[in-house]
Design a protein around this ligand. Structure first.
Ligand code: PLP
Length: 344
């Protein structure tokens, strides 16, 4: 069993308020199925596969990335899969999920918390009642979700950054990634300050629920993996996240998704606040490819009331970004990932 592909860490050297800093971006867009959810899907599948009836299949609620990864796994194993999504899903992900043969159900009624999650889950529960043999991978409570990151993602980053002491910024939706990183750091003593990054309007880590427009980050209810929230947590607006994506793309050519934009926006805030802070790592869940009709579309931005802000003021990119070598396939340090395909 493997946990997806090893993904590259890109080093971006910055001058923030006149002081040199290093931003590390771990680009999960280079993972299987184009996002960090390739790892989560592998772990969830491993957990449920023995229980799946080949004719009935399985179901999952997803903002898109996990739906695509599970659709690909279902196609490979020739079992039916239903992805329960909402109108925020990228139309590119929707096209790819359908092309893999999955059934797609879009829940279009917003819930009382300003998102769609609660209504997506109600639909899943209703389907499970109607068909008791249907299996739900349940990324929201299944311990296989955080385990994917404590077992694969976190140790990989630790090796790639040579055990450096640093802040690691993690975007939150189910809380699975952050919970996995917490478990890894407390088990190994990795010298990390783990910072949760959420969007305003998200209740994932105890925030006040409200309208949200970004997909992939935030949730309508508290994370089951982090029931007491997380300290420190930073909240980012959609405007900050989106403008940071545009700034990074323009200055470095690195195209990131909106939750990654929230991470980099938080990193810039941390640099501005503390002249002594030399480096920050961001675990970037996905890339620009699935956001060309949203984050990277002027029409979409203006339709959402998102306009240009001076997010990069006081920040200069010092040199072209460079890639930290990802661990090679067969590297004994990769443990049970060692037999996967090579790095991208
Ligand atoms: C775009 C995006 N942002 C953030 C996350 C982090 O989510 P979670 O808290 O569910 O691990 C994910 C999923 O891994 C994602 O696909």
């Amino acid at each position: 069993m493997h946990g997806g592909l090893p993904t590259p860490v890109v080093t971006v050297r910055l001058l923030v308020d006149g002081i040199p800093r290093t931003l590390w971006l771990k680009l999960e867009a280079y993972n299987l199925y184009g996002s960090i959810k390739g790892r989560t899907a592998a772990a969830l599948w491993q957990d449920v596969a023995p229980r799946i009836d080949g004719h009935i299949g399985f179901i999952e609620s997803s903002s898109g990335n996990l739906g695509l990864a599970l659709a690909a796994i279902a196609a490979a194993h020739r079992v039916p899969f239903t992805a329960v999504v909402d109108p925020h899903i990228s139309r590119f992900l929707l096209r790819d999920i359908r092309a893999l043969g999955a059934r797609v159900v879009s829940v279009d009624t917003p819930d009382s918390a300003g998102g769609y999650l609660l209504n997506r889950l109600e639909y899943v529960r209703d389907q499970l009642e109607r068909e008791p043999r249907l299996v739900w991978t349940d990324q929201y409570t299944n311990p296989a979700n955080p385990a994917a990151h404590s077992r694969w993602t976190a140790p990989e980053l630790h090796r790639q950054t040579a055990g450096a002491q640093m802040s690691v910024l993690v975007a939150v939706s189910t809380g699975g990634t952050l919970a996995g990183f917490r478990a890894y750091a407390s088990a190994t003593g990795a010298p990390w300050e783990l910072v949760g990054v959420d969007v305003t309007g998200s209740a994932a880590l105890g925030g006040v629920p409200g309208r949200r427009v970004l997909s992939g980050i935030g949730a309508s209810r508290a994370s089951a993996f982090l029931p007491n929230g997380h300290d420190p947590t930073m909240y980012v607006t959609a405007e900050e996240a989106v403008n940071t994506c545009l700034w990074l793309d323009e200055r470095t050519g690195i195209g990131i998704g909106s939750s990654s934009g929230a991470l980099v926006a938080s990193a810039l805030r941390l640099f501005h606040a503390d002249p002594e802070r030399a480096s920050v790592a961001c675990l970037c869940p996905d890339g620009a490819d699935r956001y060309s009709d949203t984050v990277y579309s002027r029409d979409w931005r203006h339709g959402q009331g998102i306009f240009e802000t001076g997010i990069g003021s006081g920040v200069n990119v010092l040199a072209p970004p460079s890639v930290q070598a990802a661990p090679a396939a067969g590297d004994p340090a990769l443990g049970d990932q060692g037999n996967t395909r090579g790095s991208p």
